[in-house]
Design a protein around this ligand. Structure first.
Ligand code: TRP
Ligand code: SF4
Length: 383
């Protein structure tokens, strides 16, 4: 390809990990950044476990080197699944997807799970007070992780600002082999010291499990939303640059689609209150949000009976596909009823509301017991 055109395209598809725009052009990600279709690894994964619902449904759509992780698991090598979450705002169904994946890896594949609480990043980019961040991290995030099924005994959860000295050494060493030009090319021009520190800290999150001090893992897999790929590319480059000095390797990664916001524009995001359902929303509040949600329905009932709905564009369908319907044939049946115009949105929302309510009641019960043990699971920073 003509190199000028290529540069223009790369600028056009630059991914900003701090914006809440949803990425429409997933296909471009595949092409330009070497992300492979996830469906290609399903047969291999099938040999060790049933692929997770988000994998079967193409919601986890891409990967880098995930085949290596599956191979390592087959051979009984050490695999860590690592992710990080910014403790800001409420934990909602968009965040839940990630924790669900961790639970799958822990329970079905017996991989070790490590979770970074990205309080350094949240402090830098979300401008919240420390005490608020720490409280949110523990009672809103970690408590929900446990309620969603992460085993507190088997999961390593740490605050970026309160970890091991060998982890901080990585951040310091990394600073030598990263240039401003490179960071600008990945993250754009709006890049101050706060973001730079966050970015290097995140690289340490991703790479530290390779050090013998942290377990000396053979493969680290990082499941992320598609917008987090810049971090992964940087971590891969850093691993390469330290190949003569440190036992770091390139991380593997998987990419999932975002959940759409209930308002029908953009992704589900804490910064748009009507766009999300929080895991702690009282069931009647959650149901009200659902009932007001944008759908893939037609302007009139007659039209919808004639043309059918558009589940591909429908946040209510997504909620079912991502979270509320586990059985594939039950989901296929909903798709068929919607597409054929057999079911209208009002009825569909009511059925979904029943599932949502059941989930939330159940979950919030577990959350109450999780809150009682959460203090023993993670050590908060002193300030
Ligand atoms: N940047 C991530 C976010 O915006 C959080 C994060 C911190 C992370 N460290 C990580 C994600 C390591 C994946 C791996 O939520
Ligand atoms: Fe969405 Fe259900 Fe309406 Fe179909 S019938 S468009 S899935 S709300």
């Amino acid at each position: 390809m003509n190199s000028i055109i290529k540069v223009l395209l790369i600028v056009a598809v630059r991914i900003d990990p701090w914006s809440s725009e949803s990425i429409k052009e997933y296909g471009k990600l595949f092409e330009f950044f070497g992300i492979k279709p996830f469906k290609d690894v399903l047969p291999q994964l099938n040999r060790i476990a049933k692929p997770y619902r988000l994998m079967r449904r193409g919601i986890i759509f891409g990967h880098r080197d995930f085949d290596k992780a599956v191979e390592a698991l087959m051979k009984g090598k050490k695999v860590a699944i690592l992710t990080g979450l910014m403790p800001s705002g409420k934990m909602h169904f968009g965040h839940k997807m990630l924790i669900d994946q961790l639970v799958y890896y822990q329970k079905e594949l017996h991989a070790d799970v490590i979770v970074a609480i990205a309080d350094v990043e949240a402090y830098a980019v979300r401008k919240k007070s420390r005490s608020e961040l720490i409280k949110t991290a523990i009672y809103e995030y970690v408590a929900n992780y446990i309620a969603l099924g992460l085993d507190p005994e088997k999961t390593k959860i740490y605050f970026q600002s309160n970890y091991d000295v060998n982890y901080y050494r990585l951040i310091q060493l990394f600073s030598r082999k990263v240039t401003m030009a490179e960071l600008r090319a990945i993250y754009g021009e709006d890049l101050g010291p706060g973001k730079i520190v966050s970015v290097l800290t995140q690289a340490a999150d991703i790479l530290h499990p390779y050090l013998p001090e942290f377990g000396g893992y053979d493969v680290v897999v990082v499941p992320v939303g598609a917008d987090q790929d810049p971090h992964l590319r940087l971590a891969r480059d850093i691993a390469d640059r330290f190949s003569n000095e440190l036992p770091l390797k390139r991380p593997a990664s998987t990419y999932h689609r975002f959940m759409s916001g209930l308002t029908g524009t953009g992704k589900m995001s804490s910064s748009t209150p009507d766009s999300f359902i929080a895991l702690t929303d009282p069931p009647d509040v959650a149901v009200r949000k659902l009932m007001n949600a944008f759908t893939g329905g037609r302007p009139t009932a007659a039209e919808q009976r004639r043309l059918g709905g558009e589940p591909e564009k429908c946040p209510v369908y997504e909620l079912n596909a991502y979270h509320l319907i586990e059985d594939d044939s039950e989901l296929a049946e909903l798709y068929r009823r919607c597409k054929s115009g057999e079911i209208l949105c009002g009825k569909c929302k009511k059925e979904t509301a029943a599932r949502l309510k059941e989930f939330l009641i159940n979950h919030q019960e577990k959350l109450e017991s999780a809150k009682e043990i959460v203090k023993d699971v993670v050590e908060p920073p002193p300030f």
